[in-house]
Design a protein around this ligand. Structure first.
Ligand code: IFM
Length: 443
């Protein structure tokens, strides 16, 4: 049974939907820069217009209201409100989020605000970005501005979305902005994301005493491909690299020893964690983004001597090559509750991308996404029955949007967007989700 206070929502992020990339004084961000560098994003797509949510936010709020959602998770674009990252604030940018938040509240929905979902001001990247030791202070100052401005109306605050991706996809694999490939640097960046989280939490508490403060981590349960000890060890290593490297500091104030040992002298500039542990900087809720699991095999070469096994025909997998594995969501929620025991847990993102045709009528039929949604909602429901304190579920995403290095090719929306006309058309998933919400709410 879902609690009556449960929040049912959809999630988005600023760069992926807003567009208006340089309008009303917004500064350049690292994704503006990367996407305008030829060859970095599929078909050289960029977020200059995206879903044009900056101008169509009222339509999007009405859409969510029509789907019976009672919560909306979005992020603030740092360069829209402080174009250079530090220093002068941009009043037109701040006013946009006033309008958005007021509209969400007037529609009877609860806003969940994420401070950082990957669109770092380029001006800060020019000063070293997340690798700069000043980053926690810059982030705290930005947090101060945003919490003072919206804290009277926004009570659900998230510091960072998926610091794993910020650090390792952005600075080790180099697929994401700023497009760097340097393992040592990536660990420094990861550390600064944690310290920034740790500096931001007290600022939120001071400016919004009744806030629910969270961080959002992407958790992939990790399973060995075979029963060999080598594959088992690879699976444990992936869990350490991807999951525990962020969970442990937030909840225990330490980094996992097995990964510290594995890295040896590659781990440099990573020191005191006392500023961020749960004991010193408690959070109220943990948001998790769940999409799939990792099946891991030993690999004789490479920094981590492990390899993610790609799906084969025995698995159902999405356009992202992500296996559909709803049991992993239940497993993850149980594990987090057991091992880390956050006061409350919520699914901050869950969804799937599929090859699909453009709509020809009022609704786009998307049976595979419908199936994915129902199975994952079932996993959440089972976790609640098994005692996990769940407070919300957010579908990723409200609408098709800029899927980072994949451009507009991967469509995660429960609402279809025609990127020529910007017309929104609900997919069947949106209507199924609406009906599910109405059913569990009993009305
Ligand atoms: O689109 C992203 C989102 O920005 C962060 N979580 C994963 C989603 C799908 O890849």
């Amino acid at each position: 049974m879902f609690p009556s206070s449960f929040h049912w929502g959809a999630a988005t992020s600023s760069y992926q939907i807003e567009g208006a990339a340089l309008e009303d004084g917004r500064g350049e961000c690292i994704w503006t820069r990367l996407s305008h560098t030829p060859g970095k994003v599929r078909d050289n797509h960029n977020g200059d217009v995206a879903c044009d949510h900056y101008h169509r936010y009222a339509e999007d709020i009405a859409l969510m209201q029509s789907l019976s959602l009672n919560a909306y998770r979005f992020s603030v674009s740092w360069p829209r409100v402080i174009p250079k990252g530090t220093g002068a604030a941009n009043e037109p940018g701040l006013a946009f989020y006033d309008r958005l938040i007021d509209g969400v509240l007037e529609a009877g929905m609860t806003p969940y605000l994420t401070l950082y979902h990957w669109d770092l001001p380029q001006a800060l990247q020019d000063r070293g970005g997340w690798a700069n030791t000043d980053m926690p202070k810059w982030f705290a100052d930005y947090t101060d501005l945003v919490t003072r401005r919206y804290g009277d109306r926004v009570k659900h605050w998230t510091t960072l979305n998926e610091p794993y991706v910020v650090a390792f996809v952005g600075h080790y694999e180099g697929r994401h902005a700023p497009g760097i490939r340097d393992l040592v640097l990536a660990y420094r960046v990861a550390h600064h994301t944690m310290l920034s989280h740790g500096q931001a939490v007290p600022v939120i508490r001071q400016n919004v005493p009744d806030a629910e403060v969270s961080i959002v981590l992407d958790i992939w349960p990790s399973h060995p491909q075979t029963d060999t000890p080598e594959d088992h060890a690879a699976a444990v290593r992936f869990d350490g690299y991807h999951n525990r490297w962020f969970l442990d500091p937030v909840f225990k104030g330490t980094y996992p020893q097995d990964i510290i040992d594995w890295l040896g002298d590659k781990l440099r500039g990573v020191d005191d964690l006392s500023a961020i542990s749960q004991a010193n900087v408690p959070i109220d809720a943990l948001g998790i983004n769940y999409y799939t699991r990792a099946k891991m095999a030993h690999e004789p070469t490479g920094d981590f001597q492990m390899r993610r096994v790609l799906p084969d025909d025995s698995m159902v997998y999405t356009q992202m090559q992500w296996e559909v594995y709803p049991d992993g969501l239940h497993e993850t929620l149980m594990r987090l509750h057991r091992e880390y025991a956050p006061k409350s847990l919520y699914v901050a993102e869950n969804g799937s991308a599929w090859e699909e045709d453009a709509p020809t009528g009022d609704v786009l039929e998307d049976p595979r996404r419908v199936d994915y949604l129902h199975k994952h909602l079932g996993a959440v429901e089972r976790a609640i029955a098994d005692g996990v304190p769940m407070s919300a579920y957010f579908a990723w995403s409200l609408m098709d949007n800029f899927e980072w290095a994949h451009g507009y090719h991967q469509r995660f929306g429960i609402v279809h967007v025609d990127f020529e006309t910007l017309k929104r058309t609900p997919k069947r998933t949106a209507l199924e989700y609406r009906d599910f919400i109405r059913r569990v709410r009993g009305g």
